[in-house]
Design a protein around this ligand. Sequence first.
Ligand SMILES: O=C(O)CCC(=O)C(=O)O
Ligand SMILES: [Fe+2]
Length: 287
Amino acid sequence: MALDIPTLPADAPTPELLAALDKCGAVIVENFLTREITRTLNVEFDRLSEAEACREQRFVNPIIADFFGDNVSHLAGLAGKSPGFVEHVLLHPLYAALCEAVLRPNCSDYQLNIGHLMTREPGCDAQLFHRDAWVWKRLPPLPGEVQLASVIALVDFTAGNGATLVAPGSHRWDGDRYPEMHEMAPAEMQAGSAIIYSGNTFHAGGANTSARSSRRGMHVSYCLGWLRTEENQALATPWSIAEKLSPRAQQLLGFGIHDDIAQGGGYLGTVELETPVRALTRGCPAA
Ligand SMILES: O=C(O)CCC(=O)C(=O)O
Ligand SMILES: [Fe+2]
């Protein structure tokens, strides 16, 4: 039997959320987005998905295509496409509070790693059980976290329609231990809730065995500011859009620098030796 995934309301005190995350490697946060915001995002994502429906989805290689599997539709690079994502998700105060606690100790600032809508349609298989932080497989083990990940439910998630499967406690498993199916708990939750998990927690998108319930979920993760991100946010977000965003949103999307000088390190990510925002505002590099 899988252990239970702890569940807390979005207004739970941050230390309680952090304690659950630390103990189990994952926590379901109920009503992470309000009903109204969830509805607004769904309307926006319907429009964006329709606009992209004719575009053939290509992946970087066949292994990634297999990982995502058939009968899954994708809307990637949400920060560059969806004003609602920037306003209500990227800058969500709960992500900020959790990232401050779990990521900030290992960096001078964190950043958005991925903002990716995935709809698991009836017939899709479960993903391979994995840890999201495997994308930085070459990184020597660090004390603390490198990534805070999440899947936000945009429809109700059930065991039958492909709810994210999570192995509670697996963020602490060492070396070769790989989960058995019976150790995976489905993150069943209502639309607007989110499963938030450590980059080291084993999980997977579940199989959708339902007849006609599409499971729409938003995979959102943050990582240390000095790591290369999975989605290249600064290229996925055209400057014509980014220039109108708040300084904090710009920073989270890679338009700032990672400044570790006060810690005896250096800086990363300049354009013309300036912050990208300053250089791009001056029209540099020339368009
Ligand atoms: O969609 C989900 O439930 C999980 C997706 C996931 O884990 C991934 O794509 O890395
Ligand atoms: Fe994942």
